[in-house]
Design a protein around this ligand. Structure first.
Ligand SMILES: [Zn+2]
Length: 159
């Protein structure tokens, strides 16, 4: 199901004090063509509901890119099953992910793609060895890519 937002109406409502946002809302005009769900995650720093994303239970070998800019963020070798309902990794690809604000109270920090500044998920310090970090990533922020190697299962190749 797709929900249509009318951003002008939302901005008008905020200006007239009909809606009081808990935090400052950033409206990215260059991103209004995004699917509203992806916009909500990338710009408003939303988290999708656990166990609903495409990749929380995905275990193919390959690379996870930023959905919006195709920057390589994670590799399947860094993925593990955390049972939290999010695609979970213990490490990110070099120079690809940036920690932004830290919520001390909840013991996690927000993460964004270093290239396009889209919000992707959270990091906390309760992951497995060797890093003991847990990256909880929204599937909607990711695009899976399977590089062509000596893959035997040809039907599984990327689109
Ligand atoms: Zn990106």
């Amino acid at each position: 199901m797709k929900i249509k937002f009318q951003f002008s109406k939302i901005i008008e409502a905020i200006n007239r004090n009909l809606i009081k946002p808990k935090q400052k809302i950033e409206i990215r005009l260059d991103r209004l063509s995004m699917d509203p769900h992806r916009y909500w995650i990338a710009v408003a720093k939303g988290m999708e509901r656990p166990f609903t994303g495409e990749f929380w239970n995905h275990d193919q070998q390959g690379v996870y890119q930023c959905f919006h800019c195709q920057n390589t963020l994670f590799q399947s070798d860094y993925k593990y099953q955390s049972q939290t309902g999010y695609a979970s990794f213990f490490k990110h690809h070099k120079n690809s992910v940036k920690t932004i604000e830290t919520k001390e109270k909840y013991r996690y920090s927000a993460l964004q793609c270093m290239n396009c500044q889209s919000y992707i998920g959270q990091i906390s310090k309760d992951g497995p060895p060797p890093t003991f970090l847990r990256y909880s990533i929204n599937s909607s922020a990711l695009k899976f890519y399977q590089p062509k190697k000596n893959q035997t299962n040809l039907n599984q190749s990327q689109k």
